[in-house]
Design a protein around this ligand. Structure first.
Ligand SMILES: [Zn+2]
Length: 924
């Protein structure tokens, strides 16, 4: 399933396990018997037990109706353990009858209790057949989990535990089954009927309805079951695999959107070819179907042979979505496709192992995107997201190991840590083992585990089998939470011509020091002379090179570099070789040199960020002290040089010129001061714009493209740099350049430039922003997909009446709170608008909580997701903390879902935990 950041599915579905004795075999894990508070019962990895029964063969028959859908499931059940009842998961469904080996059971032979169907009288035979007839109302399924009916179509979402809402089943990933699925529906309303696998039969039955049957020969867990029924248009293509097989490709979209999927189709074909070339993985079914759905809780879902996408992750061309969005579509399509091997053919044994499929698949699509686009800029974007989303998570109340040891529901493991840090772990394996060995390790992993449900241990074992040293220490990346701090110091010995680098690992904040065990990771280093040229590095057992991947595996270690003629400047953690926080006492002058000359382009960018952060931190202190601050000449010059640095392409220059985000600036503050961070950032931006006004105007003109829109590296780079320059100009006092920005809005022929202009206007001028938003709305009035941007832009505005404006927007005809995309655009953009969300009036917190309470009634999955916006709670000043506490307590009301209450309680408790650690009493 694709998170990719903005869509990151932090929480999904539910997991209710009863603690009573008879149910002790129903689940893969038993619950915490000590716990008495119903909402926070913990499930432990160590309690995992294999299933009592297996279901090798599953036949499903769907009689689809929006208000009443009847499912008949015929299961071949194989007993694994003697003397136990068969306990199936079954939630929000009505059982009509149960048959075993052709004989109907009496209702006293089974019981349907809450979320389980318990069948007492199952034969002691090794194998028997079970037939269950059940029904439910898909239209009332507003949670969009299981099979639901919305916007005129049926759709499924079964990961992680939605299948139990369709039919009773052993709904756990280690029960893999081969599925045959028959769908019966009215052909006028639902001419499109899709499921997993190969279509083996389609016919009209005597009552006029249509019936299709799909067969999926590959065993899969129930969370990969997929079904779509609706009236969709189809765009077709084909792909010839490396062994010469023809695969039919289909993209199913709403009528009228057919012209907007060529980018997705091309991305799919590129991903299929790339996976063959880089990982040797070939597609295995006759057809691969992709479908776009409007009412979808997350980004996309990798159901076997039937990839289901939120329409925003599949549909788009340059006129209606931005360059960033086209990049995202390529990335998500690839991610879902790559799951076919990492997730589907080899799946997870239990939900603690989520990083096995998500971290690995995320790493694979990051590498794919790097090959399709600028490798450096792709890496920069991935690291930015890691630093702004995962690092804070890893240091806060939601910190957990990549392989969690316990959770309240499997949904807890859908986090930035699993996806993003998970991906970094596989990247480190690649860096430590080298390309060739890493590929051999992956081949070994697929060969041994194909068709199985496995654990993180299995991938580590495969890598160990090809490694030339013991890599068991590497497993700590899965077991220890927190971002490690790495301190590096250097001594230079003129007489011996030696540079000594000492590397020290310090325990992350969330790990108690005496429990900390050092990680094993690659630290890529280079040493530069005063002119920015790399020295050739001569270090013990490493091969001579200008960049060396040092293997770090101790608390502290010193590396000696010989034959270094003069005191070098170290370039550390090149290409961000490990997910650590690195500390080295760089001088401003050294950072300027790295920013201008480092042969590692990622580190040029990183130096720009360190340089600006250093300066901004000083400015923030001055603001807090009420004194004035003058930005240093060296810094301003470095930005002037970067503006004209032809060695970097336009896209990279745009990244270097973009100042560190407010999220980054507050990341290390003990008590966050958002207002000061926003002010300092704005001041530096204006100072740079002031100094280079003429150059910026010249570049905006020079980079403007007046030919028809094209999505390619050259043009996207030009647009990115032009809009970065416009954003600087927009910050100049008096708003002199905002009319220029408005002109660019009017003349734009693509969504990238249009939204960039709107975003600048929304930040600086309410009136011009309002006019632009009005024009935008009139133009795209009939295109709900595009109008999501209109909602986002509104919520990103910087003006004091924003909360009132947003309250009014909730009644606008364009906005529908039941539409997950509308909801997400509004609320996510708002809580990321840090200055306004955390406004001292407290209105922002109140507004968000009002909305969460409203959403909780019909979509608790989404409601829970938005609670994460309050994560800064323990680090706020006492006034804001008190305002937030009052709102969080509203979310603990017993009338709300246990998921939402649980998320709010966890955040409230995080302050208590922090106070216990530091020995202080809570604010207020
Ligand atoms: Zn995924």
């Amino acid at each position: 399933m694709k998170a990719k950041i903005q869509m990151l599915r932090l929480f999904l579905a539910l997991f209710l396990v009863l603690g009573i004795q008879i149910h002790s075999h129903e689940s893969a894990y038993s619950t915490d018997k000590e716990s008495t508070s119903g909402s926070t019962k913990k499930i432990y990895l160590q309690d995992y037990s294999p299933p009592d029964f297996l279901i090798p063969k599953t036949q499903l028959h769907f009689d689809l109706g929006p208000q009443r859908t009847i499912v008949c499931s015929e299961l071949q059940v194989v007993r694994q353990k003697k003397d136990v009842a068969l306990v199936l998961n079954a939630e929000d469904i009505e059982i009509l009858h149960v048959m075993i080996n052709g004989e109907e059971l009496d209702t006293k032979d089974y019981i349907h209790l809450d979320n389980q169907l318990i069948i007492y009288s199952v034969p002691e035979d090794d194998s028997f057949s079970l037939r269950i007839l059940n029904e439910f109302n898909p239209e009332e399924n507003k949670e969009l989990s299981g099979l639901y009916y919305a916007d005129g179509m049926f759709c499924t979402q079964c990961e992680s535990e939605g299948f139990r809402r369709i039919t009773p089943f052993l709904d756990r990933p280690d029960v893999m089954s081969c599925y045959t699925v028959t769908i019966l529906a009215d052909p006028v309303q639902f001419p499109t009927l899709l499921s997993n696998g190969n279509l083996i039969h389609a016919k009209q039955i005597p009552d006029g309805r249509f019936e299709v049957t799909y067969d999926d020969p590959f065993p899969k867990p129930s969370y990969l079951f997929g079904l779509i029924a609706g009236d969709l248009a189809v765009v077709t293509d084909e792909f010839v695999t490396m062994s010469g097989k023809n695969v039919a490709l289909e993209i199913h979209v709403e009528h009228g959107q057919e012209g907007r999927v060529s980018h997705a189709m091309d991305s799919l074909k590129r991903a299929m070819a790339w996976d063959e070339e880089v990982f040797g993985r070939e597609y295995d079914l006759e057809t691969l179907r992709l479908a776009a759905v409007r009412a979808f809780n997350m980004g996309a879902m990798e159901n076997k042979g039937l990839l289901i996408f939120n329409e925003t992750a599949l549909i788009g061309d340059g006129s209606c979505v931005t360059d960033g969005c086209l990049y995202w579509i390529e990335d998500v399509v690839a991610h879902e496709y790559f799951h076919n091997w990492t997730g589907n053919r080899v799946t997870v044994r239990d939900w603690f192992q989520l990083a096995l499929k998500e971290g690995l698949t995320n790493f694979r699509n990051q590498e794919f995107s790097a090959d399709m686009n600028s490798r450096t800029v792709t890496r920069i974007n991935d690291v930015q997201v890691l630093r702004t989303r995962q690092f804070p998570e890893d240091a806060g109340p939601l910190a957990h190991p990549v392989l969690p040891k316990k959770f309240t529901t499997p949904d807890d493991s859908y986090s930035c840590t699993t996806y993003l840090k998970g991906a970094e772990i596989y990247r480190m394996m690649l860096n430590l083992l080298g390309k060739e060995r890493f590929r051999q390790g992956m081949d070994q992993y697929f060969a041994t585990n194909d068709g199985k449900a496995v654990t993180i241990q299995h991938v580590l074992a495969a890598m160990q089998s090809v490694a030339d040293r013991d890599i068991s220490q590497f497993a700590r990346w899965f077991d220890q939470p927190g971002t490690p701090l790495v301190e590096v110091s250097m001594a230079y010995f003129e007489d011996k011509k030696e540079a000594h680098l000492t590397v020290k690992q310090l325990p992350p904040k969330v790990v108690i020091s005496h429990d900390f065990k050092p990680f094993y990771f690659p630290l890529a280093v280079g040493l530069m002379d005063d002119d920015g040229f790399d020295f050739v590095l001569d270090c013990d057992e490493y091969n001579l090179d200008t960049t060396i991947n040092l293997h770090i595996d101790k608390d502290e270690e010193t590396f000696v570099f010989k034959n270094i003629p003069s005191r070098p400047i170290p370039s550390l953690l090149r290409n961000f070789s490990a997910p650590v926080k690195l500390d080295y006492p760089y001088t401003q002058g050294e950072l300027c040199l790295l920013m201008a000359k480092d042969s590692d382009l990622f580190n040029r960018y990183d130096a720009s960020q360190r340089l600006a952060t250093m300066e901004l931190e000083n400015c923030i202190s001055a603001i807090q002290a009420g004194t004035s601050y003058v930005f240093s000449e060296k810094l301003l010059k470095a930005y002037g040089n970067a503006l004209n640095d032809d060695a970097c392409d336009n896209a990279l220059r745009a990244e270097i010129l973009t100042l560190p985000s407010v999220d980054n600036l507050i990341a290390d503050m003990e008590i966050v001061d958002i207002d000061a961070a926003v002010k300092a950032r704005e001041r530096l931006k204006t100072a740079i714009a002031n100094r280079y006004e003429d150059a910026l105007v010249f570049m905006v003109d020079e980079l403007n493209i007046d030919t028809p829109y094209q999505y390619n590296a050259v043009d996207t780079g030009k647009r990115a740099l032009k809009n970065a320059c416009l954003s600087y100009l927009g910050s100049l006092p008096g708003g002199h350049y905002l009319t220029l920005v408005a002109k660019h809005f009017e003349s734009s022929n693509n969504m990238t430039d249009t939204l960039a202009a709107i975003s600048i206007l929304c930040q600086y001028d309410h009136k011009l922003a309002h006019e632009a938003l009005h024009t935008f709305h009139c133009f795209w009035e009939n295109d709900p997909l595009v109008l999501n941007n209109w909602i986002t832009a509104h919520a990103s505005c910087d003006h004091e009446n924003l909360v009132d404006d947003l309250k009014a927007l909730c009644f606008h005809e364009t906005f529908d709170i039941h539409n997950p995309n509308n909801m997400r655009c509004l609320l996510r953009a708002f809580f990321r608008n840090l200055k306004l969300f955390h406004n001292i009036s407290g209105k922002g917190y109140e507004f968000l909580v009002d909305k969460i309470i409203e959403i909780d009634e019909f979509n608790r999955i989404m409601a829970t997701m938005f609670v994460a916006a309050f994560e800064l709670y323990p680090r706020l000043d006492s006034v804001r903390q008190e305002l937030m506490r009052a709102q969080l307590e509203r979310l603990c009301d017993p009338s709300l879902s246990k998921e939402t209450r649980g998320a709010a309680t966890r955040i409230l408790n995080s302050l208590k935990e922090e106070n216990q650690l530091t020995g202080t009493s809570p604010a207020a």
